[in-house]
Design a protein around this ligand. Structure first.
Ligand code: SF4
Length: 468
């Protein structure tokens, strides 16, 4: 199996200046809106801390809350199923669909179902699944994965969508007005909604106390999937639980503000039982989550509420897009989640990080992504001998970083190289960084030398020799 090379795939995206600039601008705007709404709430940091504590508490008592949730959901008339992995998940849903003669399904956005390859699996069994989320449907029509957890087609220009709709839906290629494009999609989907046999959605929160589920969307795609057909199937990762109904407003306040800088998602829908005449099934998915929970260093990753704020702020993600991760989960949370699904395939992802730490600062539930990046790098180095470059870098770095004296010597060697290597080599194809940057003139001395000469107080100047 080939390894995902995010750097190479990112290069492809960066080649188009229009895409790169639009993507960066849109996501940075979401990040700035998030900052503005966070700053307008004096208790924002207390909210983050409380949400983190609630998630840690729930995960620490997950057996209890899962049983409580299941008992309440079943008492409400929901059929609850347990899936250990993606295969079981898909088989359970196929069985439900077969027993109801389902042929056409409308589906709200669900990363968990994407994780199971559910749509592709159903296609092989002759069941047509149509995405009801606009961005997700665009990606489905384009045979491409979502590029962002909450904005699945954010890497596409309007002209890309116009071109796609012209090819797939017969619209006018030259009109890229969003209202027109929306109307084209609406007309196509309305026909399909009238034919559906079943609806599907993901779950944002399961409430143990009530056995109800909550789904948050901005387009009502879960609502149409849950309310229109006589059969409704939802999938929930087992970490999505919160203990009480009264805990929910905290998470609702944090979710949309963190994701898009909006006060609330347009639709926050609560499903406690099937509506009259309807059958409702809920699949609770493990798929590696129990194993993650048992890891002393890694288990806080399960706090994630999939808001996407870490993506909007990440400088690597904003420049290279979610497509370049070639994975279900992308961006900062993706680079620490995907290796837990397939360590070999995603071994390079934890290196797609500048260590700016911004993801950890914006996360509404304080998932310690920066620490988890280091966690995965050490796992990769221990288990993956084929990452020659990274392993060589780490092996070389070890003696240099071992002592301040060695680091000071390495700095001097680096500066000498910068000053003496001819520009024809320094700015050649051997150094891709130079393609888009002007190299500044190297200074006469290293920062450490400058600091010791100019800034350091006289009283401290008797520092051991190797640190000078
Ligand atoms: S890690 Fe935090 S910021 Fe990133 S998607 Fe999850 S909850 Fe949101």
């Amino acid at each position: 199996m080939r390894q995902v090379n995010q750097v190479k795939l990112g290069e492809e995206f960066i080649k188009s200046r229009a895409h790169r600039e639009m993507h960066d601008r849109c996501l940075w705007a979401a990040r700035m809106r998030r900052d503005a709404v966070a700053a307008s709430i004096p208790e924002w940091e207390e909210m983050r801390e409380l949400a983190s504590e609630i998630k840690l508490h729930t995960l620490s008592n997950l057996d209890f809350y899962l049983e409580q949730f299941t008992a309440n959901a079943e008492a409400n008339g929901i059929h609850v199923h347990w899936a250990r992995n993606a295969d079981e998940h898909n088989a359970i849903i196929l069985e439900i669909f077969k027993s109801h003669g389902v042929k056409v399904v409308t589906k709200g956005k669900s990363m968990t179902m994407d994780e199971c390859g559910m749509r592709e699996f159903m296609a092989k069994h002759g069941i047509e699944i149509n995405e009801a989320d606009l961005g997700e449907r665009i990606q489905q029509l384009d045979n491409q994965r979502p590029s962002h957890i909450v904005m699945p087609a954010i890497h596409k220009l309007r002209s890309d969508v116009a071109d796609l709709f012209a090819r797939k839906l017969g619209s006018d290629r030259d009109i890229d007005d969003p209202h027109y494009l929306n109307s084209v999609m609406r007309a196509d989907m309305r026909k399909r909604y009238c034919q559906v046999d079943a609806g599907m959605s993901g779950v944002n929160f399961g409430i143990a106390e009530t056995g109800g589920i909550v789904v948050c969307t901005n387009e009502g795609n879960a609502d149409i999937s849950a309310n229109l057909p006589p059969l409704y199937v939802a999938t929930m990762g087992l970490e999505k639980l919160i203990p009480r109904q009264s805990d929910l407003p905290l998470f609702i306040r944090l979710l949309s503000r963190s994701a898009l800088g909006l006060d609330m998602t347009q639709y926050t829908s609560h499903y406690h039982h099937p509506r009259q005449g309807q059958e409702m099934h809920l699949i609770i998915l493990d798929n590696g989550r129990s194993e993650r929970l048992s890891s002393p260093d890694y288990w806080p990753v399960l706090k994630c509420i999939r808001c996407g704020a870490c993506m909007n702020t990440c400088p690597v993600f904003r420049r290279t897009s979610g497509i370049s991760y070639d994975a279900i989960y992308m961006g900062p949370i993706g680079i620490v989640l995907e290796p837990s699904y397939d360590l070999y395939k995603y071994a390079r992802l934890p290196y797609s990080c500048t260590h700016c730490g911004s993801c950890g600062d914006v996360c509404p539930v304080k998932v310690p992504i920066p620490e988890l990046v280091f966690y995965w790098r050490s796992v990769v180095v221990d288990h993956n001998d084929e990452l020659f470059t990274h392993n060589a870098e780490e092996t070389l770095a070890e003696p240099i970083l071992e002592s301040a004296g060695n680091l000071a010597k390495a700095e001097k060697v680096g500066l000498w190289a910068l000053r003496h290597i001819p520009k024809s080599i320094a700015e050649s194809g051997l150094n891709p960084w130079a393609e888009a940057h002007d190299d500044p003139e190297p200074p006469e001395e290293t920062f450490r030398q400058y600091y010791n000469r100019v800034i350091k107080p006289e009283s401290d100047k008797d520092t051991p020799k190797e640190q000078s």
